[in-house]
Design a protein around this ligand. Structure first.
Ligand code: ZN
Length: 415
């Protein structure tokens, strides 16, 4: 078998007190038999030494350091020459198998013949680093008969008229960035959850009419996704589930048909850049103003100027059901349909957040108000050609105290 990895060779020669390591170099390690004695050798070929250096295995390995094997690292300490071969950036499974073969040889067992490779020099191409980036910009370059390199971390496929995502993409376990912009996609199929490391998903200029919900439902995507670009599609709404993307830092939804933003968007504590220019937004939820952004672009929407108004001039005394529900939400008490009747679960889901941070339900007062976007970002952004940075915001007030505060100073919370 052959193991592709980086190696650093440390000479432990006598007299050399400092064990200075060299720069890691790409290498291929093989195990094979060599005449005339038919002994088993380990062969190390590097980009500088393609002919390779052979080391006898039996009786010549003092120790193998395997503490960091799960990170793709190990060190083989040879007796003669007095040399440590420090392996890094190896595939963990391959590294374990390779070390296992060495162990068998050291212990005098003869591994299965199939693991032996020829100890001939190898070509530079075979030693080269695995390909991590692949950019395809036209149909003729799209691999139809060959697989994508399994080592890919970034895959970009543009202008290939792709109507369906290729399921082979979901086999790319190292993929961090997937960019399928400028195609004809309408949905993200199940299977995307296999991309455990995906943090950057770009699907702009496709034909999505509905938000691809499965992106939000999958645990590893909820935890990892940092960049989501769905600009230039035909989406009318953003689901509330998008607020489950705990690590989302950049959300681009420009040039869609969005009519509303989920009221709980303020939960996206890591969100730093939002662009929703050229949509059909008429108002923002008050929760939007909880965001602390580096940039926001809401130019070209249908925002309508509003006065400071409340739907009523008093807040009803909450019912016992509402008191209980407010408490459950405030204390973050988990609930499922196993514990509660479905309609109570839906009721709890429908909680509104007052600007004071408390939850409320029907016994609340709706308000609308113009707010300066400068409260969410220091970068100056205009929402229309007049250069205005004010947007209408709609929210709820939970108590007479909050209602009074709003009436006294509608800007109290937005400064
Ligand atoms: Zn309140």
């Amino acid at each position: 078998m052959r193991l592709c990895c980086d190696i650093e060779v440390v000479e432990r020669a006598t007299g050399s007190l400092s064990l200075k390591k060299g720069k890691p170099i790409r290498a291929q390690l093989a195990v094979g038999k060599s005449p005339p004695s038919d002994s088993v050798y380990m062969m190390v070929c590097t980009t500088k030494n393609k002919n390779g250096t052979k080391y006898q295995i039996k009786g010549n390995i003092e120790k193998v350091f395997t503490k960091c094997v799960s990170e793709g690292k190990a060190t083989i300490r040879l007796i003669s020459p007095e040399r440590d071969i420090c392996i890094s950036k190896a595939d963990v499974i391959q590294l374990k198998s390779y070390l296992n073969i060495l162990k068998q040889v050291v212990q005098g067992q003869m591994p299965d013949k199939s693991v032996f490779s020829s100890l001939a020099p190898v070509s530079a191409k075979k030693i080269e680093r695995p390909k991590t980036v692949l950019v395809i910009t036209c149909k003729k370059d799209y691999p139809l008969t060959t697989n994508f390199p399994s080592s890919l971390e970034t895959l970009q496929v543009h202008d290939c008229s792709m109507k369906k995502m290729d399921s082979r993409i979901f086999q790319l376990r190292n993929l961090v960035c997937l960019d399928l912009s400028d195609n004809s996609l309408t949905e993200v199929p199940d299977g995307i959850e296999k991309l455990q490391n995906l943090s950057d998903l770009r699907l702009k200029c496709n034909k999505f009419e509905k938000f691809p919900m499965n992106i939000c439902r999958l645990k590893n995507i909820q935890n990892n996704l940092a960049v989501l670009d769905l600009s230039n599609n035909q989406m009318k709404e953003l689901p509330v589930q998008i607020c489950e993307l705990a690590n989302l830092a950049m959300l681009k939804m420009d040039n869609n048909l969005l009519e509303a933003v989920p009221p709980t968007i303020g939960r996206l504590a890591n969100l730093k850049a939002v662009s929703m220019s050229n949509n059909k937004l008429t108002v923002l939820p008050a929760g939007f103003m909880r965001l602390r952004l580096d940039s926001v672009d809401l130019f070209g929407n249908n925002f309508v100027r509003t006065e400071n108004v409340t739907s009523r001039d008093h807040v009803d005394v909450p019912s016992l059901v509402e008191c209980a529900a407010r408490h459950i939400r405030k204390q973050r008490i988990p609930y499922t349909e196993d514990d509660l009747h479905t309609h109570l679960c839906r009721y709890l889901d429908s909680a509104r957040v007052c600007w004071c941070g408390n939850f409320c339900f029907q016994c609340s007062v709706a308000y609308s108000h113009m707010v300066n976007l400068r409260t969410v970002t220091s970068a100056i952004t205009a929402v229309d050609l007049t250069g205005s940075t004010f947007v209408p915001v709609q929210g709820f007030l939970c108590s007479p105290q909050c209602l009074n505060k709003f009436k006294t100073d509608p800007n109290a919370y937005w400064r």
